[in-house]
Design a protein around this ligand. Structure first.
Ligand code: SAH
Length: 362
């Protein structure tokens, strides 16, 4: 597999990559030194973007984490470290649930421990996961979005894929399952990092080496410029949270090689009288939704950012089958965000959520 080859090549070329990543201190690289396969991560990043890019990512990740966030992160990392590593032959990234281990691989006591440590990382927004029979029924049935997106990705065999705003990494594993050569996921949420590391820790029980999925707790704006080398860049569920969608699209474009594919997913409005909804105060109780375009306007944004062949390949209303409160996300969810008397409206009176997938070529 690509990643194993490059790990070897790079460690032969340069045996001191700990200079870039394995740093002590209160940055992510210091706090999570034992939980991440940094050697494989450096190799993948180096291969994707070259030495200078990998090195500057190492610098960002060594920046000290602010005290409040750090205390939270240390608690979550403690929960991850308490997870048992249980030998198993089962990783399965191709089905609806990201699966590690069979129920029969673990004892009841181990399963209880897994359940309790994973609950300490609540809320789980994206899933499902099935970990030694512990079923994480997350708020979102992310498998439903995957089914809408996957038919439009083309062959991923050997490809370098970047997933911007990857959440806890559900889609990163699905991309591996679909044959991607290297997947890099970025998301600034440290809870998402911890959830990803929990899954990665349970995967240590599987023999057969490292997985080509690397999660970096960074925002898109934190990435150093360049390197225009990814074959596929996904941004799903992020753009309507950005005040400046054009700037977001420009950064995505800079990371794609010429001819590479953009996959952009987000909220849209279908009312012909409203080419762009700017909710102002709140949308479905979210404070950080800035603009929701019509499907045509979305295509216009993408073309305006210099992509070609932009087209919307799917438009689907979000239902309470896809997004709902569960044992793993016990806060309010879609049913609470819709007007009880008229579920075609949000509680604020806006059109209820509809999501679109747009693909384009750099
Ligand atoms: N892509 C997943 C998750 C969407 S939720 C999906 O489609 O289901 C949106 C995610 O974007 C959150 O996890 C949030 O932490 C992340 N995010 C928010 N701002 C971001 C930014 N500037 N760069 C990268 N990720 C960001």
């Amino acid at each position: 597999m690509l990643i194993e080859k490059s790990t070897i090549e790079i460690s032969e070329q340069f045996s001191g990559f700990d200079r870039y990543f394995l740093r002590p201190g209160s940055g992510i690289t210091g706090l999570a030194r034992d939980l991440i396969d940094w050697g494989a991560a450096v190799a993948a990043l180096w291969e994707a973007g070259g030495e200078a890019w990998a090195a500057s990512l190492g610098d960002r990740l060594a920046d000290p984490v602010a005290a409040g966030r750090r205390a939270e992160l240390e608690g979550w990392l403690g929960a991850v470290r308490a997870l048992p590593v249980i030998p198993t032959s089962v990783p399965d990234f191709a089905g609806p649930a990201i699966t590690v281990g069979r129920p029969s691989d673990a004892t009841d006591a181990e399963r209880r421990l897994i359940h309790d440590r994973l609950q300490a990382l609540h809320p789980w927004r994206k899933g499902p996961f099935d970990l030694f029979g512990v079923r994480i029924d997350a708020e979102w049935r992310s498998d439903l979005k995957w089914a809408r997106v996957a038919p439009h990705l083309g062959s991923l065999a050997g490809r370098r894929v970047l997933d911007v705003g990857c959440g806890n990494g559900y889609y990163g594993w699905r991309l591996c399952g679909a044959g991607a050569g290297v997947v890099v996921g970025i998301d600034p949420s440290l809870r998402c990092l911890a959830q990803h590391l929990a899954v990665a820790r349970l995967l240590r029980g599987v023999s057969g080496g490292s997985r080509p999925f690397h999660f970096l707790p960074l925002a898109l704006e934190d990435l150093p410029p360049g390197p225009a080398s990814f074959d596929t860049v996904l941004s799903m569920g992020v753009i309507y949270h950005r005040r400046d969608p054009a700037a977001h699209l420009a950064r995505l474009r800079d990371l794609l090689r010429p001819g590479g594919q953009l996959v952009l997913e987000g909220l849209v409005v279908e009312d012909p009288a409203t080419p762009l909804l700017t909710p102002g105060n709140r949308y479905a109780k979210m404070r950080n939704v800035w603009s929701i375009p019509s499907p045509d306007r979305l295509v216009g944004w993408v073309e305006g950012a210099g992509f070609r062949d932009a087209r919307v390949v799917d438009v689907t209303p979000t239902t309470v089958v896809e997004q709902r409160r569960t044992q793993w996300m016990r806060f309010e969810s879609l049913a609470d965000f819709l007007d009880a008397a008229d579920p075609s409206r949000t509680v604020e009176g806006h059109p209820a959520p509809v999501r679109a997938v747009c693909v384009a070529v750099r």
